[in-house]
Design a protein around this ligand. Structure first.
Ligand code: MN
Length: 290
């Protein structure tokens, strides 16, 4: 773990909040209750991100059925567990247990079939699943998978702020994952009451914040718990400043370089054209995802 002084007050033009989004209560898999924070209608605005689901409950009825085997093609899934245990198995022979601050990064590429099932019958289950698009040239690459236990996620700690660097870079610390095409930044930022955190971001990258504990203010806009703040892309903006309110806060800060390519989605397949979606369905139905 790196412990250092956070570089604060270095940004000249911090981003403002374009709008707040509440997300939609829904269920997925075999009936897992969750909140879809980033919905399909925001895919173009938040390119290269396609979806963010937040799940969090103490009631086993909300999660016990899990996500039985299902396919994906054309993008990546990033699952971040805060509490609880989920067992992953996929058609590539990969198996892993997601737990305690761990991250699973799965590149579906040309096709994978996987299941994500709870490995507990009681207690709380909390976490997030982010879908990150692949550029057209990479949509048919072989599937890939990696688990990062919580202890393998790099952290920066100082001045009442702990940053878990899942992807990209923060305060000079490289995250667990890097991606060339979309340059994703994925940070879990824990702030003490009143603490301030700055993150530099390229102006053209799309960025958003999701608050899952407490509240923060961003350029004077209060962002309460369970809200997403879409950050504006002003040409001169050089980053974002998060300030915790009078209570401790935890937020996800996610940003990436937009691909600017057409997005075609049919359920678990995300390609560039309708023809490619039809091929994905046909390939899946004829057993070519194994
Ligand atoms: Mn899945």
């Amino acid at each position: 773990m790196d412990t250092k002084t956070l570089e604060t007050k270095t940004l000249a033009h911090p981003r403002t909040v374009e709008r707040l989004v509440a997300g939609q209560a829904t269920s997925d898999g075999a009936g897992v209750k969750l909140t879809r924070v980033l919905t399909q209608s925001l895919q173009k605005r938040l390119d290269p991100f396609l979806m963010l689901d937040a799940f969090g409950t103490d009631n086993p009825d909300d999660y016990i059925a899990g996500f039985p085997p299902h396919p994906h093609r054309g993008f990546e899934t990033v699952t971040y567990m805060i509490a609880g245990r989920m067992r992953h198995r996929d058609s590539g022979g990969n198996e892993g247990l997601l737990t305690n601050g761990g991250v699973q990064w799965m590149t579906a590429g040309r096709g994978v079939i996987h299941s994500e099932m709870p490995e507990q019958e009681e207690g709380s289950m909390e976490g997030f699943q982010l879908w990150l698009n692949l550029p057209a040239k990479d949509k048919m690459i072989p599937a890939w998978y990696r688990d990062f236990p919580g202890a393998e996620i790099p952290e920066v700690q100082a001045d009442g702020v702990t940053v878990r660097v899942i992807a990209g870079e923060s305060q000079g610390v490289k995250g667990a994952m890097q991606r060339d095409a979309t340059e994703p930044v994925y940070l879990d930022v824990h702030l003490s009451p009143g603490a301030v955190f700055e993150q530099a971001l390229p102006a053209g990258h799309n960025a958003f914040v999701y608050v899952y504990r407490g509240a923060v203010s961003i350029a004077g806009t209060r962002v309460p718990m369970q809200r997403m703040a879409i950050l504006a892309n002003d040409a001169q903006a050089d980053g974002v400043v998060l300030k915790a309110a009078d209570e401790a806060a935890r937020v996800l800060l996610i940003a990436g370089r937009p691909l600017g390519e057409p997005i075609a989605q049919y359920g678990p397949f995300v390609m560039n054209t309708t023809e490619e979606l039809q091929r994905a369905v046909a390939d899946y139905q004829s057993g070519r995802f194994v």
